[in-house]
Design a protein around this ligand. Structure first.
Ligand code: BGC
Length: 745
C-alpha cells in the first residue's frame, strides 16, 4: 500500500471510464476491462458513445436468461459460461457483467428476460453454473443486481420495502448460493434502496450479510451510476464505483481521509480488492497470448447457441400429438417473427450477434413452405390485409406454424410492462388462422410471460420459445420437426390473469416506495398455497414421450431421497425431475411447497433411471426472525416429486424434531411455557389436567401473554408463584433432555 499516494488510492476505487478501471503504472497495477453480459460479450471499443449503449464488437448471442433458465440444465449453462469466458478472453475482457439472479417478482418487470426464475433455488443453481463456466476461463463474473431489484420503474430511487424473512427466503438465497459456492470475482450492488437504505450504501447488505455471513472475498462494484454518496458507500463496503471518473468522488474520498471522517483502513481494503482484481486478470492474461478475436471458434459457439436455444423452448401444449411435424407436409409459416427473429431484449445486455438464423429459412431447408407475414413490426401498417393473406395460406397448408410475440419496444431495461397482452392484431390473427386450419402450432417470442387466454383453446399446440439468441431460428426447426425433443420446463408460472399475480396490488409501488406485501408468497408459492388456478404452473413442460415415477424413498432424517423414472413412450426424451418440500402448516406461515432439488436426465424408450437427491438442513428450514437464524420448525414434512409445482406424482412423509426450545424467561409467552417439554406438562396439570376442556380453553386464551404480565393478574400470581423454579428447571439442560425423552415416547 505504501507505493500508492492517497490520491492514487482514491482514484483506484473509481473507474477510469465506462468500461475500465484505473491503471497505476508506477505501482504495476494494470487497468481491467469490464463489459456487459450476460448472454454475450458486449465490448465497445474505445471511442464508443458516451452512454455506453451503442455498437459493440460481434459476439455470439446466446439465449438470454429467461430462455436458458427453462432448460433447467446447469451443465448446459456452465458450457455457455465457458464459451462466454473464451470470447471475453479473446477480446481482453477481465470481468463480464453477469449473471443476473434477481427474482421475477412480477411478470411485468421489463428486465425479466435477463433474469432466470421466480424461484431462488433454480436461479441460484443456474447462476452458479454460469459463474463456474466464465471463471474457469480466467474471466471474472459480476453477480447482479444485489439486491431486491425486481422492477425497472424508478429503479434508481425506489425503496423496496421487504421484511427480513422474505429477503432471506426469496430475494437473497440465489446470491448466497452463487457467492458461497463459486466466489464470483465481483458482486454488483443494485440501483434501488432496500428498506430506505441505498443498496450501494447498505452496510448490512454489503458487509454484514455478503462478507461476514457468506464469506465473500471478491470486490463489490456499483451498478453504473448507482453511487450517490461516495464516502458512505465506501464505508458500507462498496469497493469500486463505476463508471468513472465521477464528478468529485475521488476528491471527496481524499478530503474525508484528511478530515478523519473516513478511516484509511476502509479505503485501503477497497484498494486492496481493486488491486487483487487487476492482478488476477493480469496473471491469467499472462498465461495466455495477446487478446485475439480470431481465436474464438465461432462455428462451435453458434452450434452451442443452437443447442442451448433448443433446450430453452417449452412445449406447453400438444393436443393430438400435432408436433413433431412431418417434413413431407406442406407447411404454412406465418408471422413476421419467423422471417425477422427477435433474439434478445433491449438495454445494456444487447449483443451484436455474429450471425442470426431465421426460423423461416431453417424450416424451408427441411420442408416445403409457404410464408405470410401475418402482421407487421411497424405499428403504422394496417393489419387486416395481412391477416387475410395469412388465412389464405393457412387454408391451403397441411399444417401451420404461427410465430407471434411481443414487439421489441414492449420489453426493455429501464421500464416495465403494464399488461401481459400480445398485440391485439396478433390475437385476431391467431384466431383467424386457427379457424382456417385446425392443425396450427403457435410459437411464442417474448422475454416475459404473456397471457395465452384470449386464444389458448383455439390451437392444439403451443411452444413458448422466449428469446432464443442468434441460433433460435434453427433450433426452433430442430424441435418442431423432432430432430431434438423439447425438454424445457417453465422457470416461472403463466397466470390466467394479471390480477392473479401475487404482487398485483403492490407493483410497481407508489412513487419511490414499493411494498413487497405478498412476502414470501411469490410465483407458485402463492398460487399453490391459495389454490388459485394458473394457465401453466412453474415446472410445466411436455416432450414427445411420457415418463412414469415409481419407488420414491426418503431417508428418515430427510437427508436423502431417490425415485425411479421410466420412459414409457416410444421416443427418447429428457425429463426434469423436480423435488419439492411441503412443510407443516401451523406456526409460521409457509408456502404449500417449495422446490428443493432438481435433476435433468435423458432416457431412451423403456429406459429407467434411479435419481438420487441430497437435501440440506436448509431444505426444511425457514428464517426465524426472532432468532435471526435458519430454523427447522419440526413436525411432519412431505418430500414430493412433481412434474410441476402443481402436478405432484409421489410423496413421502418425514418427521423432524422441533428445535431446542429457547431459554424461558419471565418475558416468554405462556404458550412458550406450555410448549416446553419441562414446563408444559407441569402447567397443564396445575391448571387442572389437559383433558379438562374448560381449563385448556383458559390456557388457550392467555397463551399469547408474556408470563410476567399474566402473573400480575389478581389471583394468578398465587398459582404461579413457583414460576421462578419452573424457569430454572426448564433451562437446565439435563432436566430438559430427560423431559424431551419422555415426551417422545
Ligand atoms: C445495468 C447493469 C449493466 C450496467 C453496465 C446498468 O444500467 O443495470 O446491468 O451491467 O448498466 O452497462
Amino acid at each position: 500500500m505504501q507505493d500508492l499516494t492517497l490520491e492514487q488510492k482514491a482514484a483506484l476505487v473509481v473507474g477510469a471510464g465506462f468500461w475500465s478501471t484505473v491503471a497505476v503504472e508506477s505501482a504495476g497495477i494494470p487497468a481491467v476491462v469490464i463489459t456487459d453480459g450476460p448472454h454475450g460479450v458486449r465490448l465497445q471499443r474505445a471511442g464508443g458513445d458516451a452512454l455506453g449503449i451503442g455498437e459493440s464488437v460481434p459476439a455470439t448471442c446466446f439465449p438470454p436468461a429467461a430462455g436458458l433458465a427453462s432448460s433447467w440444465n446447469p451443465a448446459l449453462v456452465e458450457r455457455v459460461g465457458v464459451a462466454l469466458g473464451e470470447e471475453s478472453r479473446a477480446e481482453g475482457v477481465g470481468v463480464l457483467l453477469g449473471p443476473g439472479v434477481n427474482i421475477k417478482r412480477s411478470p411485468l418487470c421489463g428486465r425479466n428476460f435477463e433474469y432466470f426464475s421466480e424461484d431462488p433455488l433454480l436461479s441460484g443453481e443456474l447462476g452458479a453454473a454460469w459463474v463456474r463456466g466464465v471463471q474457469s476461463r480466467g474471466v471474472g463474473a459480476s453477480l447482479k443486481h444485489f439486491a431486491a431489484n425486481n422492477q425497472e420503474t424508478n429503479r434508481m430511487t425506489v425503496s423496496a420495502e421487504v421484511d427480513e424473512r422474505t429477503l432471506r427466503e426469496i430475494y437473497l438465497p440465489a446470491f448466497e448460493r452463487v457467492v458461497t459456492r463459486e466466489q464470483p470475482w465481483t458482486v454488483m450492488s443494485s440501483y434501488n434502496r432496500i428498506n430506505g437504505v441505498a443498496a450501494a450504501e447498505n452496510h448490512w447488505l454489503l458487509t454484514e450479510v455478503l462478507r461476514d455471513e457468506w464469506g465473500f472475498r471478491g470486490l463489490v462494484v456499483s451498478d453504473w451510476g448507482a453511487v450517490e454518496h461516495r464516502v458512505p458507500a465506501l464505508t458500507a463496503g462498496l469497493d469500486l464505483e463505476m463508471p468513472g471518473p465521477q464528478g468529485d468522488s475521488a476528491a471527496a474520498i481524499v478530503a474525508a481521509v484528511r478530515s478523519g471522517e473516513l478511516r484509511t483502513e476502509v479505503l485501503d481494503n477497497a484498494v486492496r480488492r481493486v488491486r487483487a482484481l487487476a492482478e488476477r486478470s493480469l496473471r491469467l492474461s499472462n498465461e495466455l497470448d495477446e487478446p485475439d478475436p480470431l481465436r474464438v471458434p465461432q462455428g462451435a459457439h453458434h452450434a452451442l447457441a443452437r443447442e442451448a436455444a433448443a433446450e430453452s423452448m417449452v412445449l406447453l401444449r400438444n393436443e393430438g400429438a400435432l408436433l413433431p411435424l412431418d417434413t413431407a407436409q406442406a407447411i404454412g409459416v406465418i408471422g413476421e417473427f419467423a422471417r425477422t427473429p427477435r433474439i434478445q431484449g433491449a438495454g445494456s445486455s444487447q449483443v451484436n450477434a455474429t450471425r442470426v438464423d431465421s426460423a423461416l429459412e431453417s424450416i424451408g431447408a427441411v420442408a416445403p413452405v409457404e410464408f405470410a407475414p401475418g402482421y407487421s413490426l411497424d405499428p403504422r401498417v394496417h393489419p387486416e390485409p395481412l391477416i387475410a393473406e395469412a388465412v389464405a395460406v393457412a387454408a391451403r397448408s397441411d399444417a401451420v406454424l404461427l410465430f407471434v410475440g411481443l414487439p421489441a419496444r414492449d420489453e426493455s431495461e429501464g421500464y416495465d410492462r403494464t399488461d401481459l397482452d400480445l398485440p391485439a392484431a396478433q390475437v385476431r390473427l391467431i384466431r383467424a388462422v386457427a379457424a382456417a386450419n385446425p392443425r396450427t402450432a403457435v410459437v411464442l417470442t417474448n422475454g416475459g410471460v404473456v397471457s395465452l387466454e384470449p386464444w389458448h383453446d383455439s390451437v392444439p399446440a403451443i411452444v413458448e420459445a422466449w428469446l432464443l439468441g442468434q441460433a433460435g431460428g434453427s433450433a426452433v426447426a430442430d424441435v418442431l420437426f423432432g430432430r431434438v425433443a423439447p425438454s424445457g420446463r417453465l422457470a416461472e408460472s403463466i397466470p390466467l390473469r394479471l390480477q392473479d399475480t401475487p404482487s398485483y396490488l403492490n407493483f410497481p409501488g407508489e412513487g419511490d416506495t414499493v411494498r413487497y406485501g405478498e412476502g414470501i408468497f411469490v410465483g407458485y408459492r402463492y398460487y399453490e398455497t391459495v389454490d388459485l388456478p394458473v394457465r401453466y404452473p412453474f415446472g410445466h413442460g411436455l416432450t414427445y414421450t411420457t415418463f412414469s415415477y415409481t419407488d420414491l424413498e426418503v431417508s428418515a432424517d430427510g437427508r436423502t431421497a431417490a425415485v425411479t423414472v421410466t420412459n414409457t413412450g416410444d421416443r427418447a426424451g429428457r425429463e426434469v425431475v423436480q423435488l419439492y418440500v411441503a412443510a407443516p402448516a401451523g406456526g409460521v406461515p409457509v408456502p404449500k411447497r417449495e422446490l428443493k432439488g432438481f435433476e435433468k436426465i435423458s432416457l431412451e424408450p423403456s429406459e429407467a433411471i434411479r435419481v438420487h437427491f441430497e437435501l440440506e438442513n436448509r431444505a426444511f428450514s425457514h428464517w426465524d426472525v426472532s432468532r435471526k437464524a435458519w430454523v427447522v420448525a419440526g413436525g411432519r414434512y412431505f418430500v414430493e416429486i412433481g412434474r410441476s409445482a402443481h402436478d405432484i406424482v409421489a410423496s413421502a412423509p418425514v418427521e423432524l424434531a422441533p428445535p431446542r426450545p429457547e431459554r424461558l424467561t419471565l418475558d416468554s409467552r405462556v404458550s412458550d411455557f406450555l410448549g416446553h417439554p419441562v414446563t408444559g406438562p407441569i402447567l397443564a396439570r396445575a391448571a387442572g389436567g389437559a383433558e379438562d376442556g374448560e381449563s385448556t380453553n383458559l390456557l388457550g386464551m392467555v397463551a399469547s401473554m408474556p408470563m410476567r404480565r399474566l402473573m400480575r393478574f389478581p389471583g394468578v400470581g398465587e398459582s404461579f408463584k413457583r414460576v421462578g423454579v419452573l424457569i430454572a428447571l426448564a433451562n437446565n439442560p439435563v432436566v430438559r433432555g430427560v423431559a424431551s425423552l419422555f415426551r417422545r415416547r
